[in-house]
Design a protein around this ligand. Structure first.
Ligand code: NAD
Length: 336
C-alpha cells in the first residue's frame, strides 16, 4: 500500500441522470397561518407531494412553520419543505393552495371578511400565476366562494384550473355527524353539502346514502331516535355552526381543513377522479350560472370536470338557488 488511499468508486459525483429519482410533484401553499401550515402538515404526513413550498409575507413565521414541519420529515414519506417570504419559493408548483387572508374573529361571518381578502388576492394571485403558470389553483381563504369568483377573474385562468375548497370540509363535518348518530364510519356515509361554504349551504339529504341504504330510510339512530326532519335540522345547524364554535374555543379551525385540502390535492396529483363538492364557476348547472359554489364535481389531474346533477327535492333545489343568489349578492358588493 502506498500513501494515497484509493478513491471509493461508489462515491462518484457523476451519477448519470437516468438513475436519479424523478423530481416528483410540488405543492405550494400561500399563507402560513393556522390553515396554511395545517395544509402542508397534513399533506406531508400523507405523502401527497415530493416538495412543499410555503409562502407568507411574515418571514419569521413562514420560516419557523416550514422548519417545524421539515424537522419531522423522518417520520413521513420522503419530501422537502421550504418556507420563504419570496414568492419565487413556489416556482413551477403543480398545485397552489391559497390560504392567505384576514382571520375570522369570534362572531364575525365569513362574508364580513370578503373585502380585505379580495385585496390580498389582487396582490398575491398575479405574482403566484407568474411563478407557477401551469399549476392548478385551489382557493381556501374565506368567504371562499366569493373569493374564488374574484380570484378567477384576477388570475385570467380557466375555471377548470382555478377553484375553491368549497364545502368539502362541510360535507366531511356532515358525514362525521351522521356517522356518530348512526353508529357507522364516516367513510361509509355518502352525503354532500352543496351551495355556499357558509350560512346558506344546503345538505342534500335526498341523495345521502349509508352503504346501500338511502339515509332517509335508515331507521333508528344509536340512541333510538328517528333521523326525522328535526334531527336532520339539528345536524345541519351543527355543521353550519361548527366553525363558529371551534373558533370560539381555539381561535381557528385548521386540522379538518388541512386534511380536506390534502385530499383535494391528492385527488388532483394522482388523477383519482373523485367526486368532491369543490366550489367552481357554474355554467347552467340545473339552471344556475355565473357564480362559484359547490356541487358534487369530478376532480382529477386536469382539474375539475363534470358537475354532477344529484336527485334533489323541490325544497333542496330552492335552497340551492337561494344560496347562489346570496353569494352573487355579496360578490356584486365588490364590483364582481
Ligand atoms: P391566519 O391569520 O392564521 O393566517 C393567515 C396568514 O395569511 C397569515 O400568516 C398572514 O401573514 C398571511 N397573509 C396575509 N396577507 C398575505 C399576503 N398578502 N401574502 C401572503 N400571506 C399573507 O388565518 P387562518 O386561520 O390560517 O385562516 C386563513 C384563511 O382560511 C381565512 O380566510 C379563513 O377564514 C380561511 N378558512 C377557510 C376554510 C374553508 O373551509 N374554506 C376553513 C378554515 C379557514
Amino acid at each position: 500500500m502506498t500513501g494515497t488511499p484509493e478513491v471509493n468508486p461508489v462515491i462518484d459525483p457523476e451519477i448519470p441522470a437516468a438513475v436519479m429519482p424523478d423530481k416528483g410533484s410540488k405543492l405550494a401553499v400561500i399563507g402560513a397561518g393556522a390553515v396554511g401550515s395545517a395544509c402542508v402538515y397534513a399533506s406531508m404526513i400523507k405523502g401527497v407531494a415530493r416538495e412543499y413550498a410555503l409562502f407568507d409575507i411574515n418571514e419569521s413565521k413562514v420560516k419557523a412553520e416550514a422548519l417545524d414541519i421539515a424537522q419531522g420529515s423522518q417520520f413521513a414519506p420522503v419530501s422537502t419543505v421550504e418556507g420563504s417570504s419570496d414568492m419565487a419559493v413556489i416556482k413551477d408548483a403543480d398545485v397552489v393552495v391559497i390560504t392567505a387572508g384576514a382571520k375570522q374573529k369570534p362572531g364575525q361571518s365569513r362574508l364580513d371578511l370578503a373585502g380585505a381578502t379580495i385585496n390580498i388576492m389582487k396582490d398575491v394571485i398575479p405574482k403566484a400565476v407568474e411563478q407557477a403558470p401551469n399549476a392548478i389553483f385551489l382557493l381556501v381563504s374565506n368567504p371562499v366562494d366569493v373569493v374564488t369568483y374574484a380570484g378567477l377573474k384576477i388570475s385570467g385562468m380557466t375555471p377548470d384550473h382555478f377553484f375553491g375548497s368549497g364545502t368539502v370540509l362541510d360535507s366531511s363535518r356532515l358525514r362525521y355527524l351522521i356517522a356518530q348518530h348512526c353508529g357507522v364510519s364516516a367513510q361509509t356515509v355518502h352525503a354532500y353539502i352543496a351551495g355556499e361554504h357558509g350560512d346558506s349551504e344546503i345538505p342534500l339529504w335526498s341523495s345521502a346514502i349509508i352503504g346501500a341504504v338511502p339515509l332517509l330510510q335508515w331507521g333508528e339512530t344509536v340512541d333510538g331516535r328517528k333521523l326525522d326532519e328535526s334531527l336532520r335540522e339539528a345536524i345541519h345547524h351543527e355543521v353550519v355552526n361548527s366553525a363558529y364554535s371551534i373558533i370560539e374555543g381555539k381561535g381557528a379551525t385548521n386540522y379538518a381543513i388541512g386534511l380536506s385540502v390534502a385530499q383535494i390535492v391528492t385527488t388532483i396529483l394522482r388523477d383519482e377522479r373523485r367526486v368532491l363538492p369543490v366550489s367552481t364557476l357554474l355554467d347552467d348547472w340545473m339552471g344556475i350560472s355565473d357564480v362559484c359554489m359547490s356541487v358534487p364535481t369530478l376532480v382529477g389531474r386536469s382539474g375539475v370536470g363534470r358537475r354532477l346533477v344529484p336527485v334533489v327535492t323541490p325544497d333542496e333545489y330552492r335552497g340551492l338557488r337561494a344560496s347562489a343568489d346570496s353569494i352573487r349578492h355579496v360578490a356584486s358588493k365588490f364590483g364582481m
